[in-house]
Design a protein around this ligand. Structure first.
Ligand code: FUB
Ligand code: ZN
Length: 643
């Protein structure tokens, strides 16, 4: 059996429409801007120190380490993003900049392969001494991903060699052998990175090491407990582990026993991504089943309507099932990216539209909210309801912002958005055993092979604003293959034509299946009607009881103070009111807004009253949630009362 796989990056072009616009923004603005941030050249932004730390570790300049102990990973993610950009849009200046940076990193690497500027510069005696808290293997994982991306994009092996030396050191150090450390990282990441490294180098022991880390996690005797004892910290836990203990790190029991997501959301999603990869590579059906079960648990009990996960700000964690408060939502951008990563991996096991539905929900809503329209500021936390003054006082966590910012002291999210959007083609298409599957609709083209025949698929669309997607199939010569087009779960009545003639849709697990001999110039049109929908949460989501969220196509909407005035909690949507969708070319970069009648309850004279003031009719305007906070600070909410 062969699994659907992403097309080579250079085979996918995104050249018009919404997603292409975001990918261009990342390419042209976000990546250069983040390079400035990583070099501490943005006035008023939190200092990164990333490049500085490597220059100091390489002996290129004097100075001290700056930042958090996992700071190196920000630079690694940026290198990954910049490499993806190089792969699709060659750029000599960026290429040279990356070569210089890679040379500095190689110089900073220690003789035995170790690489981590915090431990090299600040605590050289403490190498691998606190795996629970110190993220050394997490940082290594991000460098491994960067090395693989740089090699794939440029064919240059300088960074790949660095990360192989690092991976070899880790492979020698960790494992079941008598002289090895039976540990694993408190923050998962290295596992999925090692699988990538094994795939690109063909070195199976990297995958074995990933498997070891996963199988060893949470086993008794618990490595983190032993390690804490050695540090003289037995029984003491850092604040973010209160309540869930080692479950915060998915390490309270063996990973194979997990049935419900637990603990820190990004860690949980990265762990799941690695488990899905391993299940595929090792043809481990039991592990694949467990992954599907975990995915079902996450998406049926823990997913915000925006596709975000991780409710709890203190510890950035999954909470109880159905505990999805809009104002306290953490929904970290990185965790949403983790959702996207897992969905794509599950699609490689099995073409099932439901996975792509969640991927699309997370991408268009939670993840995109992380990026400002100008590409220069970012959200880390993505709540579904904000009253600025209240949010600022109540959530002391400094990462909760009411406006996007250029950089964070803990800056995991901005470069994560960059690497995702610089590799968007990986998520849009998959080469299947007998053709091509299209998961996401984006204007551009995809090149693939049907047997030995090269084929180009041109896609014209203004999705998600427009309902129509036009495909033109251009094989080098007539050839039989199967084209599978995703039928989004939100669409009740899709329509399909082939060369102008209406077709009955063969819906196989959420994909329209078109198998035929294709000739150059064949045309397919898919129409996905997008009425404005009112989405209601399951009754167990107590925080959304009696309220509706507005959705059109894959886009979830919110109301903002800029359009509707303050005190958005006073707004209600009459049950019978119909909202109209209109493309507003001059608003928020051009987007579809929803408008229609609503009511507003005026403030009364007393705090509590038996007869509240009569509601007054108003006009309501809703904008895409992902575009909120691009017009200054103000209130925002996704869930609206129905009256
Ligand atoms: O700990 C490294 C990264 O920083 C995590 O993935 C984020 O949640 C943030 O804590
Ligand atoms: Zn993050």
């Amino acid at each position: 059996m062969s699994y659907p796989t992403a097309l080579p990056r250079a085979a996918v072009t995104l050249d018009h429409g919404f997603l292409a616009g975001r990918a261009r923004l990342v390419r042209e603005t976000v990546i250069p801007w983040q390079w400035e941030a990583l070099n501490d050249r943005i006035a008023g932004a939190e200092r990164s120190g990333c490049v500085h730390n490597f220059q100091v570790a390489a002996g290129e300049k004097p100075g001290k380490f700056h930042g958090l102990f996992w700071q190196d990973s920000d630079l690694a993610k940026w290198i990954e993003a910049a490499s993806y950009r190089l792969g699709t849009h060659p750029d000599a200046a960026l290429d040279a900049e990356l070569d210089r940076l890679v040379a500095t990193i190689a110089k900073a690497q220690q003789a035995d392969g170790y690489l981590n500027t915090y431990f090299q510069l600040v605590e050289p005696q403490q190498r691998w001494a606190n795996l629970r808290d110190c993220h050394e293997l997490y940082v290594a994982g991000h460098f491994i991903e960067a090395g693989v991306a740089h090699f794939e994009a440029t064919g240059k092996s300088a960074l790949l060699d660095v990360v192989c030396r690092l991976a070899d050191l880790i492979d020698r150090t960790f494992g079941p052998g008598p002289d090895q450390v039976p540990g694993y990282c408190g923050h998962e990441e290295i596992e999925l990175a090692l699988v990538k490294l094994a795939r690109v180098t063909g070195v199976a022991r990297y995958r074995e090491l990933a498997r070891y880390f996963i199988e060893q996690r949470g086993r008794s005797p618990n490595y983190f407990e032993q390690e804490a004892q050695r540090r003289g910290e037995a029984g003491k836990l850092p604040w973010h582990m209160h309540h869930d203990g080692l479950g915060t790190l998915q390490a309270a029991r063996p990973v194979r026993e997990l049935t419900e997501p637990v603990g820190h959301a990004v860690r949980m999603m990265y762990l799941l991504a690695a488990m899905i990869d391993l299940a595929a590579d090792r043809k481990d059906a039991a592990l694949a089943d467990q992954c599907r079960g975990l995915w079902t648990a996450i998406t049926t009990r823990h997913l915000y309507v925006t596709g975000g996960v991780g409710t709890e700000p203190y510890g950035e964690k999954f909470c109880e099932p159905f505990d999805l408060p809009p104002d306290r939502a953490y929904a970290e951008t990185c965790a949403g990216i983790g959702v996207v990563m897992c969905a794509r991996r599950l699609l490689e096991h099995e073409l099932r539209g439901a996975y792509a539905d969640v991927m699309e929900r997370a991408l268009y809503n939670n993840v995109l909210a992380g990026l400002a329209l100008d590409g220069r500021t970012f959200f880390y936390v993505n709540p579904l309801e904000v009253v600025p003054a209240v949010a600022k006082r109540r959530y002391e966590c400094h990462l909760v912002k009411t406006q996007r910012v250029p950089w964070f002291g803990c800056a995991c999210c901005p470069p994560n958005v960059a690497r995702l959007f610089a590799s968007l083609g990986d998520y849009a298409y998959a080469q299947t055993a007998d053709g091509l599957a299209v998961h996401l609709y984006a204007g551009g083209s995809a090149r693939f092979h049907a047997g030995v025949v090269p084929v180009r698929l041109d896609v014209r669309t203004e999705y998600p604003w427009a309902e129509r997607i036009e495909f033109r199939i251009e094989p080098a010569s007539a050839v039989a293959f199967t084209l599978q087009l995703r039928l989004p779960g939100w669409c009740r009545a899709p329509r399909l034509t082939l060369n102008g003639a209406a077709q009955a849709i063969e819906n196989i697990a959420g994909y329209a299946r078109l198998r035929r001999t294709w000739s150059p110039g064949d045309r397919v049109e898919l129409e996905l009607p997008m009425p404005v929908e009112r989405v209601r949460a399951d009754a167990r989501v107590f925080a959304a009881a009696g309220q509706v969220a507005l959705q059109r196509g894959p886009v979830v909407y919110c109301v903002e103070e800029a359009d509707n005035g303050a005190q958005l909690s006073a707004l209600a949507l009459p049950r019978a009111a119909s909202l109209a969708a209109r493309f507003a070319p001059d608003l928020l970069g051009g987007c579809v807004v929803l408008e229609g009648p609503a009511v507003r309850t005026p403030s009364g004279e007393s705090l509590y009253a038996n007869e509240p003031p009569a509601p007054v009719p108003v006009r309501l305007r809703a904008v895409p949630y992902a575009l909120w906070a691009n017009r200054g600070e103000g209130e925002m909410r996704v869930w609206l009362r129905e009256s």
